[in-house]
Write a protein that binds this ligand. Structure first.
Ligand code: NAP
Length: 491
């Protein structure tokens, strides 16, 4: 039986992570008048992705005006902000909203445990400190945070030069005049390759499969553009136009079905770009033409990748790296490549949602054991049996524009916590039937997409699509608003 309650409950919330989504969650709580929250961060400063991904050339693929909070304008210097400008933006927002006093740096969360008796959580962190009890937990750790490091690097090896994963770039690691091996041809790789080509003596790009690529049209804003962008109507017009373009593209999954108009148009544009950029290098056209369905994997955007490939300094090796020698890498053909340093642009263990800590729900059930590497959640946020636990950027919520999703999730979580408090309730949970129906419906829609035909990090071990949201951002935002009161029960 639940305890008799007569007074409004005072929520105390733990947020895990200080990246874009953690900051969105904290601001949403403040907007609801909830001031009692702690934000745990394992790093020594805020920023998440944009603190860790500081490899040369790291910048966002989305336009700065849309890859930012709808309520926080900024004087962007570039159409697509680089990592340090994004970090500066997040620091600015956190300062403005008074979030620093809530942040606990160098506090990695190890375990989050629900008490059936007390109806609250205990959060165990790396320092071993007692942080008190929390009525709710908001996980904001993203899903691309555990670097995939190939076994031949993890195992003992005798390569003598530096080896660095893009998301763990060592400050001061210099590529100047080096012979650099880059493993991978995804979004991170194309950015680092362009920088390596500028300063290195030689670059070897190891490619398992080529990716679809579109131009990014990135550039620094002129001083006139910056002046104009400082006017609120100009800023919001830019944002609105980008939002509408992305929404239209994803309308009824048009981007992710082979017969979708957006998919066909962008595929054509991608082929034209490839043939235009590499017109004088038919050998490279052959090597760089993808064999999988367009949009089957994350489409890479870059203005520089194809021109880098044509540089006399750059060699595209159409093989995976399979091992290391003292002075280089050995590809799957058995050929050895002499290298001074190796950059692992090898991606992340994406299926391992919330993989950096344990979550125990009702009856001590372990969230990861119940997921069994095929995570699912209602609207990516709530799992039955894990009351008062909200996931930001959770399963099947990866779509564009990302920050719109974070804001919707933050509002959902803060709204649910606030509603429970007003009703003097201690438990917020998703109805199991709604969770099951929602996931069945979503998977049936996803099965018609190109993602179902392509091997990628979008899919779990048995092939289930675990990361992607197939529709527009507007449909997601609408669902979070309409369904919250219907399927989330408070008691
Ligand atoms: P990724 O897209 O998963 O790419 C990893 C690459 O490493 C793939 O090309 C993979 O080949 C290759 N690879 C793995 N093992 C290899 C080996 N032994 N030898 C040679 N190549 C190997 O990773 P990512 O580029 O880091 O991007 C991950 C995600 O992060 C993106 O999809 C995006 O969502 C996000 N991201 C965003 C931005 C941005 O907004 N600017 C920038 C970077 C990343 P195969 O795939 O062919 O197996």
């Amino acid at each position: 039986m639940s305890p008799i309650r007569t007074r409004k409950i005072s929520p105390r919330v733990a947020i895990i992570g200080t990246g874009f989504s953690g900051i969105a969650a904290a601001i949403a709580l403040k907007k609801k008048g909830i001031e009692d929250f702690v934000i745990f961060e394992r790093a020594d400063g805020l920023g998440g992705t944009w603190r860790h991904n500081r490899y040369p050339g790291a910048e966002v693929d989305l336009e700065s005006h849309i890859y930012s909070f709808s309520y926080e304008r900024y004087d962007w210097t570039r159409t697509h902000a680089g990592w340090s400008e994004l970090l500066g933006y997040l620091e600015h927002v956190a300062g403005k909203w008074g979030l620093y006093p809530h942040m606990r740096f160098n506090e990695a969360v190890n375990e989050v445990t629900w008490s059936d008796e007390r109806r609250d959580y205990v959060v165990a962190t790396s320092s071993g400190k007692d942080h008190g009890r929390f009525t709710s937990v908001i996980s904001a750790v993203g899903f691309l945070n555990t670097p995939l490091v190939p076994p031949f690097v993890r195992d003992e090896h005798d390569f003598e030069g530096p080896i660095c994963h893009t998301s763990e770039w060592v400050d001061g690691l210099d590529m100047t005049d080096k012979s650099i091996g880059v493993l991978g041809t995804g979004s991170s790789a194309v950015q680092v390759i362009a920088e390596a080509e500028k300063v290195g003596s030689e670059v070897k790009v190891f490619q398992i499969e080529p990716n679809w690529l579109l131009p990014k049209n990135a550039h620094d804003f002129t001083s006139l553009e910056r002046k104009l962008n400082r006017f609120a109507p100009v800023y919001f017009w830019r944002r609105l136009k980008l939002y509408a373009d992305y929404d239209m593209r994803q309308h009824f999954t048009g981007h992710a079905r082979e017969d979708g108009r957006s998919n066909r148009n962008r595929r054509r544009a991608s082929i034209e770009f490839l043939h235009r950029e590499l017109a004088d290098r038919p050998d490279l056209i052959e090597l760089a033409t993808p064999k999988f369905a367009f949009e089957g994997r994350r489409t890479v955007t870059s203005d520089t990748y194809y021109s880098s490939l044509k540089s006399p300094k750059v060699t595209l090796v159409p093989h995976a790296v399979k091992g290391l020698s003292r002075s280089g890498a050995i590809d799957e053909n058995g050929d050895e490549h002499q290298l001074d340093m190796i950059v692992l642009a090898t991606g992340f263990d994406a299926a391992n949602y919330l993989g950096t800590y344990k979550v125990r729900g009702e009856g001590g059930v372990d969230l990861h054991e119940s997921w069994n590497r095929e995570p699912d959640a209602f609207l990516g946020m709530m799992v039955p049996g894990f009351p008062n636990f909200f996931i930001m950027f959770g399963p099947n919520t990866n779509a564009i524009p990302l920050v719109t999703f974070y804001e919707a999730q933050a509002n959902f979580a803060a709204g649910s916590i606030s509603r429970a408090a007003k009703k003097c309730a201690t438990k917020v949970e998703v109805r199991r039937s709604a969770f099951l129906i929602y996931n069945d419906w979503l998977q049936s829609r996803l099965s018609r997409t190109v993602w179902a035909k392509t091997t990628s990090y979008f899919r779990g071990g048995t092939g289930k699509i675990i990361s992607q949201w197939p529709f527009s951002a507007s449909s997601y935002v609408l669902a979070t608003k309409l369904l919250r009161r219907l399927v989330v029960k408070v008691s």
